[in-house]
Design a protein around this ligand. Structure first.
Ligand SMILES: [Zn+2]
Length: 707
């Protein structure tokens, strides 16, 4: 089961409607359908009874393991735990997929009801004293020495995660932690739903040429699609990132840019029922209290103790080393943009809603190309092909369309994935287009994870993105950033698809948060290679390759505006660490003022007024909608140290598809899951640990003297 953070209060949950188990598609045997859920027959009312059965089954299995009369062994304790909870897991996987990618009021209500219940259930297991005594005993037995390396690692992971959950604590502390976990789960769910509600509530309708001024055809088309999907005539700007960013980049209308910008950065911060600020204050307080109960100074120390970075100081050192050259670069760009404004006869100071617009103008001047020139060469279908081709060259994978398999929305595509020996590795699903029922952002998830313990189970892996969909019959065109997102999420997908371990505990992406972005960010590197672009960046109408000159300029412009991108990211990573370094408040302390906290942090860092955080705290889903990146947002940059250095391993051979390097990468990283400590896994691939030099070079900051 994924680690889910959570809390209490489910006495007001609606009674599960009476559905006989035989009539519930979630509880059927899916073997005949190749293990896939029958999506077309699954309705919202099936989830509560299926969850109820899954929870009851799992609880009974756990009780049986904890009460086993025989002395603890790997088989009767660890392997038995690994095989438990399968019904709950498959129900939860389907639910989580739909709750993110195609939700509605009924699913949101179920999410509010179930998040605390699941949290309570998992917490009860993770703090079960009898169970922990058995896990502890397996660590200490003579048998432990006989276990193979993977089994040893699985035992250690169990021991660590139970200890970190509080299994060794006294009953009073455990009871309080249980309350905290349930409450956190409820708050996290509400946080995510509030952001979605604010996104759904905002639509800027554009009418007439004056309001469309500056927008190239591809943006007009996608705004028209957005309008049509919402039943509006004409054009509509909504708050998905892949709509907002191009609008800010191209719209000549400064007043409309400001309107869209404000809508985007104020998500979750609008007062009223969907405001997230009080939720943030409570979540931060509860996490701090939990960390103290678990013997750590604060939540950040608690969190990083089980990460590759080990301490918040190590993470901050890296962020600090990159901040200074990034700031210098951003300030140079800012001054150049201010000069452009003056040149154009503008008599105003550059504001945050102007940055992308003037950055685009500056890019056209400095790098001699604009986004509209490259976009026709980046069709979604070609970029999917490019990602598949790269996976083929590196790992021998083949992708065969499977239009016959069940999916959850008509836009979803499915492929069968097989290895060079023809062996089926799993299924890959791409759910690429933005829609109102989907939360924003892009992510990888799974319907089923790889393992070999309960049979040779192949994974079903999903990528969800929010690309603006072209009108019917036309090719969807991506920005280079969109294409990068596609490669990023596909890198995560490969981590799930190539997984080749026995135990679910360490399968696929079940690795440290600051290691998990290595497979995804590393994969982005291939997109930038001329060899790949020549083959796949083909004009969507004529099929002509991208002109060499344009390609050279695109590659050369790779680091344009990187200062800005780095600052908007680091500001979030620092705020995340700062928030989670706060001690629990004393009685009588005023509640955390989120806005003041944010502003003080930015001032301390010296953030230029013209740049805002990539995710302001009230919509920072990574750290508050669930807790998977809480005190862990620095992970993207931590992993970038690894990915920049890892790609250099290919470059050093003179072949970006070098087969020996690719084989090591597959064995040590993509197929290995959490079989090894992350630093050991990296060393096994590269022969050494990396330094931040490759990262600075990659971001184009190497020329600056570092202090
Ligand atoms: Zn990622």
């Amino acid at each position: 089961m994924p680690e889910i953070e959570a809390p209490a209060l489910f006495d007001n949950s609606p009674a599960a409607p009476a559905i006989a188990p035989g009539d519930n598609p979630l509880l059927e045997d899916w073997t005949a359908a190749g293990g896939l859920p029958p999506f077309s027959r699954i309705r919202a009312e099936h989830f509560l009874p299926a969850y109820a059965q899954g929870l009851a089954e799992h609880a009974a299995e756990i009780d049986a393991i904890a009460a086993t009369a025989e002395p603890p062994t790997f088989a009767n304790t660890i392997a038995a735990l690994e095989l438990s909870g399968r019904t709950l897991e498959r129900v939860d996987n389907v639910f989580s997929l739909l709750a993110g990618a195609d939700t509605d009021d009924a699913l949101q209500e179920i999410e509010r009801v179930m998040a605390p219940q699941i949290a309570r259930h998992l917490n009860q297991i993770h703090t079960n004293a009898a169970l922990f005594r058995r896990i502890d005993a397996v660590m200490a037995t003579a048998e432990h020495i006989e276990l193979d390396a993977e089994q040893k690692r699985v035992v250690e992971r169990y021991h660590t995660s139970y200890r970190r959950a509080g299994a060794a604590l006294g009953e009073t502390a455990k009871k309080r932690i249980a309350e905290i976990m349930e409450r956190l789960a409820a708050l996290g769910t509400t946080f995510g739903q509030n952001v979605l509600a604010d996104e759904q509530a905002f639509t800027l309708r554009l009418e007439g040429e004056a309001e469309l001024a500056g927008l190239p055809d591809f943006i007009r088309e996608s705004l028209h699609s957005e309008a049509t999907e919402r039943g509006i005539d004409g054009y509509a700007v909504t708050l998905s990132r892949s709509t907002v960013e191009p609008f800010l980049q191209f719209s000549d209308r400064r007043d409309l840019r400001e309107k869209v910008f404000r809508g985007f950065v104020m998500r979750g911060d609008n007062g009223g029922a969907t405001d997230n600020k009080a939720i943030i204050a409570e979540m931060v307080r509860l996490r701090a209290e939990r960390a103290r109960l678990l013997g750590c100074a604060d939540f950040a120390h608690y969190r990083l103790d089980d990460a590759m970075a080990k301490t918040p100081a190590a993470a901050r050192d890296l962020l600090g080393a990159v901040w200074r050259p990034a700031l210098a670069s951003a300030l140079t760009d800012r001054d150049a943009m201010q000069a452009l404004i003056q040149e154009d006869g503008g008599n105003f100071k550059l504001e945050p809603w102007d940055w992308r617009y003037y950055a685009e103008k500056l890019r056209q001047r400095v790098c001699d190309f604009d986004e509209t020139a490259i976009k026709p060469y980046l069709s979604l279908d070609r970029m999917i092909e490019a990602a598949f081709y790269t996976a083929g060259r590196l790992f021998g994978l083949n992708f065969t369309p499977r239009p016959d398999v069940a999916v959850w929305h008509p836009d979803v595509r499915a492929w069968q994935v097989s290895g060079s020996d023809g062996k089926e590795l799993g299924l890959f699903f791409g759910d690429y287009f933005a829609r109102a029922s989907k939360r924003s952002g892009a992510w990888m998830t799974s319907i089923r994870d790889q393992q070999k313990l309960g049979g040779d189970i192949t994974p079903f892996i999903v990528n969800v993105c929010n690309f603006a969909k072209a009108p019917a019959g036309e090719a969807t065109l991506l920005s280079f950033e969109d294409a990068r997102t596609l490669f990023h999420e596909f890198g995560h997908a490969l981590h799930g698809l190539l997984s080749s371990v026995t135990y679910p505990m360490i399968a696929g992406t079940n690795v440290a948060t600051d290691f998990v972005e290595l497979p995804s960010q590393l994969f982005e590197h291939w997109l930038e290679q001329p060899e790949l672009l020549r083959r796949f960046a083909l004009h969507y109408q004529t099929g002509a390759p991208m002109p060499e000159q344009l390609l050279a300029r695109l590659v050369a412009a790779r680091n344009f505006n990187k200062g800005f991108a780095t600052l908007e990211y680091i500001a979030c990573a620092e705020a995340d660490l700062d928030l989670h370094a706060l001690p629990p408040p004393n009685p009588g302390d005023p509640p955390l003022d989120t806005r003041a906290f944010e502003a003080a942090g930015l001032a301390r860092m010296g953030m230029p007024d013209e740049i805002v955080m990539r995710h302001r705290l009230p919509h920072f889903a990574h750290i508050f909608a669930g807790g998977s990146y809480a005190a862990g947002y620095y992970s993207y940059m931590w992993s970038e140290v690894l990915d920049a250095d890892a790609f250099a391993a290919f470059e050093e051979t003179g072949d970006i598809f070098d087969s020996a390097t690719a084989k090591r990468l597959r064995d040590c990283v993509y197929a290995a899951g959490g079989r090894q400590d992350p630093a050991e896994a990296y060393k096994a691939f590269r022969g050494r640990l990396p330094t931040a030099d490759a990262l600075l070079r990659k971001r184009g900051f190497a020329r600056l003297p570092l202090r």
